[in-house]
Design a protein around this ligand. Structure first.
Ligand code: C2E
Ligand code: MG
Ligand code: MG
Length: 563
């Protein structure tokens, strides 16, 4: 009977039937399976050396010598060997030694070759399955577990009822964008890989740190281990080649921390809570680590509501414009005003602080700014139609508008639609941090000037580049921030000295100046003494609803304030 179809071979095949994706499992099965055919082919010893350089994206090298069969009777030294190369430059070296006192017949060798091919294909199949499995659950670039693995891991914990022994941390690198911009994305990738290696070295067998895309990392760490993890990620130094220099980059991170309250907590909810805490750490608290509190979720839901309802609120004209007078201390009359938006939600009037920053983050603010500009132009036209001389109105423009290449055309289109004299308008802009912004800002200011529209720098003194700003920018008005005015009445106030130098510098350069947030007669008196006679503040009026302001405008109102 031909050995290939022998009973022994059939038993060998049966013994190798297993539903496993582990290469080790397959290799472990072979010795017992070989017993079925060893005698038939006079096998004394059988071994394989497997060398695979890149089993899973370089994460683990596979290099092992396995003795698959070793007969108690011993074996001869001359082997029948076969080397099979794999596509990724790996090798399988099989060596079969005849039983002591035997040599392999040509029939034995044919059977051995068949056996070797069979074992090789079984092992390769297992390696491939293992690779695929690993790839499905591993982040390709960093080698960390991925989102899918994280979900599987947390499901297992949930099923074991131990999820509440863990804390979920959603972290994000603080300065990663800067690294990408400054040194290029290749260095960024190296940083992510090295960073991930440090994380891989940290977590224990029953914990996981997964990469959730970009520079986001989500971890399930045992409660008693959380402080150690936070300490680790507070600062990780990475050595990276930048140009021809090796630099040590200090990588700080920010985290939202959510201790899982119950074994049955839904893991997606837990991720949302940690992520909400991270968003809070970034935007509100500017902190490295925020532990979850209920109010954080309320705030995040509130922000989401603002964003999702924004377009409807615009169409329903729920945003209303209030006007805060700008008053001259020389005659107590209204010389202009600032348009300040409010959100009328049912019977509540929400101040801009509750929705403008959220709209800025979402890039929706520009639509609101243009909406306010339209309402202002409409009001100016209506006042004129009713025989009321309008005041010059300043409109706040977020610096997000500077990204719009057709910005000036859009502004002019609105003014033309209402046939407004541009002299009635002023655009308030804030100082900018980057030079790109500054270029766009300069261009916009010049274009507005060419169309006869004045500009002002809002909150002057609180930004980054105050001095160069007024020197190089063609703005008409500087609005001194309230924070400089708050303390000027204190006898030894440093702000008084700063304010007086700002005022002499600004007026020396030929700009008009206005002080924001003046609340008391004493403050107004000092401002006047220092040469600033335009005031916007509660001393005269808070921002007024349209009709109240219209009455003051129509009646040529004079404030009854004596300095
Ligand atoms: P801002 O442009 O600096 O406006 C001045 C803010 O100071 C206004 O707050 C005003 O009510 C307040 N204020 C004026 N005088 C006093 C005072 O004497 N005491 C105190 N405590 N506060 C005073 P408001 O209306 O809450 O606006 C806050 C900020 O919201 C504005 O600061 C501006 O940055 C933003 N904002 C308002 N409307 C718009 C808009 O239509 N578009 C954009 N992009 N931002 C807007
Ligand atoms: Mg303003
Ligand atoms: Mg201001």
């Amino acid at each position: 009977m031909n050995t290939l179809c022998s009973e022994g071979f059939l038993r060998f095949f049966n013994a190798m039937q297993v539903d496993s994706v582990s290469t080790d499992d397959i290799l472990n099965l072979i010795p017992d399976a070989l017993i079925n055919i060893a005698d038939e082919i006079h096998l004394g010893k059988f071994e394989v050396r497997v060398e695979l350089p890149s089993v899973s994206q370089g994460l683990k090298e596979y290099n092992t010598l396995r003795v698959l069969y070793d007969a108690p009777e011993g074996h001869e030294i001359m082997s029948h060997s076969r080397i099979i190369k794999s596509q990724d430059k790996g090798t399988f070296c099989f060596a079969a030694f005849p039983l002591k006192g035997h040599s392999f017949s040509s029939e034995d060798k044919t059977s051995l070759d068949f056996l070797i091919k069979t074992i090789h294909s079984l092992v390769v199949k297992a390696i491939l399955a293992e690779q695929l499995n690993r790839r499905q659950f591993t982040d390709y670039m960093t080698g960390l577990p991925n989102n899918a693995f994280f979900m599987k891991f947390s499901n297992n914990l949930s099923m074991r009822g131990s999820l509440n022994n863990y804390t979920l941390l959603f972290s994000n690198l603080k300065n990663f964008n800067y690294i990408n911009q400054q040194y290029g994305s290749q260095v960024g990738d190296v940083v992510l890989k090295e960073y991930s290696l440090k994380l891989l070295g940290f977590y224990g067998k029953d914990e996981v740190i997964a990469r959730f895309g970009g520079d986001n990392f989500v971890a399930l760490i045992k409660n008693e281990h959380v402080e150690d993890y936070l300490n680790l990620i507070a600062l990780i130094n990475i050595n990276a080649a930048t140009g021809n220099q090796i630099r040590t980059l200090a990588i700080h991170s920010r985290s939202g921390v959510y201790p899982i309250p119950s074994p049955s907590t839904n893991i997606r909810d837990a991720i949302s809570c940690a992520n909400a805490s991270l968003a809070y750490a970034k935007k509100v608290a500017d902190s490295s680590c925020i532990w979850f509190r209920e109010e954080i979720l309320e705030r995040i839901n509130h922000d989401r509501e603002i964003i999702s309802y924004f377009r409807t609120a615009l169409t329903h004209k729920e945003y209303v414009v209030y006007y805060q007078p700008k008053v001259s201390l020389l005659n107590n009359r209204i010389e202009g005003c600032e348009a300040l938006v409010r959100w009328k939600r049912g019977d509540r009037i929400l101040p801009p602080g509750m929705f403008v920053p959220v709209l800025e983050d979402e890039g929706l603010i520009c639509d609101l700014d243009f909406y306010v500009l339209e309402r202002v132009c409409e009001d100016i036209r209506n006042w004129q139609r009713n025989g009321i001389t309008p005041a010059r109105i300043s409109v706040n423009f977020s610096k997000h508008n500077l990204r719009n290449p057709g910005l000036i055309d859009d502004v002019i289109a609105v003014i033309s639609k209402y046939r407004i004299n541009p002299d009635y308008l002023e655009i308030e802009l804030t100082e900018s941090a980057t030079s790109d912004d500054f270029e766009a800002l300069t261009k916009f200011v010049d274009e507005l000037k060419n169309h006869g529209i004045r500009t002002s720098i809002d909150d002057f003194g609180t930004g980054y580049s105050s001095l160069s700003l007024i020197k190089d920018l063609n703005v008409d008005v500087i609005k001194i921030d309230k924070s400089f005015i708050d303390n000027i009445t204190h006898p030894d106030s440093k702000d008084l000295i700063i304010l007086s130098s700002i005022l002499s510098m600004v007026t020396g350069l030929g700009n008009d100046v206005i002080a924001e947030g003046c609340e008391t007669v004493e403050q107004a008196r000092i401002l006047l003494e220092l040469g600033c006679h335009m005031i916007q503040g509660y001393l005269f009026d808070k921002p007024l609803p349209h009709d109240e302001f219209t009455d003051k405008l129509a009646g040529d109102y004079v404030y009854d304030i004596k300095l």
